[in-house]
Write a protein that binds this ligand. Sequence first.
Ligand code: MSP
Length: 520
Amino acid sequence: MKSFYLTTPIYYVNDAPHIGHAYTTVAGDVLTRWHRQRGESVWFLTGTDEHGQKVMRTAEENKVAPQAWVDKLVADAWKPNWTALNIANDDFIRTTEPRHTERVQKFLQSLKDSGHIYAGKYEGPYCVGCEEFKLPGDLIEADGEKLCPIHSKPIELVNENNWFFKLSAFVEPLLENYRTNPDACQPESARNEVVSFLEGGVSDLSISRSTFDWGIPVPWDTDQVVYVWFDALLNYATAVGLTDAPDSEGGKKFAQTWPADVHLVGKDILRFHAVIWPAMLMAAGLQVPKKVFAHGWLLVGGEKMSKSKLTGIAPSDITDHFGVDAFRYYFLRAIPFGSDGSFSWEDMSARYTSELANDFGNLASRLAAMIEKYCEGKVPAVATDVGLSQALAATVAKADAAMVELDFQGGITAVMEFCKKVNGYVTEKEPWILAKDEANRVELNEVLYNTAESLRALAVLLHPIMPATTEILWESLGANKSIGSIGAQTIANVANWGQLPEGNIVTKTPVLFPRLEIKE
Ligand code: MSP
């Protein structure tokens, strides 16, 4: 069975991760967890981009050999960061690993043998921050100097004899791909940008460098190293066995995963993924990715947040205060995926308090307290409130449709609207009043059952977004014993009403979203 295969960009290890990197990886984690809960086979890849001048120079500035530098950052900063954010990736690729470098060399040799690569001379501007050969029209000018518009730093002039990839030969096939296959590049604004870039004409691409050696040697000309983007883009395929014989383990993995279903990228690296990468695949006779999705930037002061501009915020700055699950929730809930968004402590605090602590967390703790108080801690007899059960079915359909389209905001909003509806139901039924008179016992039990059952569904629907908190809720509902693990619950089954059995033991949860401490 073909797996749903999703990748994040592989991140440069010139520095530790910031919340911009975490934004992409959390989105990938939420989407892959959602697909797992749809019962699909899933493969989720992330990793690190370790070659090139940017990483090499940072290592030099720190007086460390590049390999030692990247080893340390990956072990001390990147991998622990993803563990802390509860990222459930299936694989982690590093471009300095032999499984990558060897397959890159084989791939490159095959493109050379099939006539897609030739010797040439490159003369022009290069931005080390982007690791990109720039066109004069890409640059901005300040104080008589030409700057990269993304990094606001001076570009460098490169003048080298290099190897070139015949990228220009793929303009028509690429345009044809995006015309017939609009899904291949999303959102629409990103596709329009790519199409107009292609229509403007594209030159061949220098794919090797000869003035430094931190990279993969070109197999037939070892004085040159492979251009870092050509090396990095291939990670998506080398990690799943590109170039391995079909009947080998790698070959079988490749057949199971390729083509990738979604490459998640920030809009800054869209062209690499929607122009160069599919052209490389076409040249090798391989299928192009099904979807490249370009999301927007997290902004600080109206500009892309970045370490080089000293605006980088470490994920732990936020998770120390709000917790990991609120971090995972907030950005996807607050910013339409595909648009830019500004981070603000005020907005995050407001949503934390109203949506997570009040609407969701309080509902869970009230229900557990009432079942303990009025029903001796046991779920009462199965009952069905038609209004709630119908609303749940509609919620699941809406959330699922949104999530698979990468509309995280739409998906999460649909689920949280249902949560509000359940709160409204409890407020309207006033079980604490019903409990005052034993004559209302049947109605009281029904209200508590319907609320518990709604929370069962909310736990499952929010699990991909907030895995740890929903696990606590699941435990509190006693669902592990009667229904099975929360991760095994499928989206297709979640709206089937009446799953919590009568007599299930409910225990009080620790507060799911504690009151925030005032930040000085
Ligand atoms: N190494 C390349 C990618 C190679 S993929 C074959 C690279 N690395 S990076 O470390 O600069 O990280 C790039 C990705 O991090 C962006 O595409 C984006 O997904 C994420 N972000 C970095 N800064 C960001 C923001 N300020 N806002 C949102 N995402 C950001 O480019």
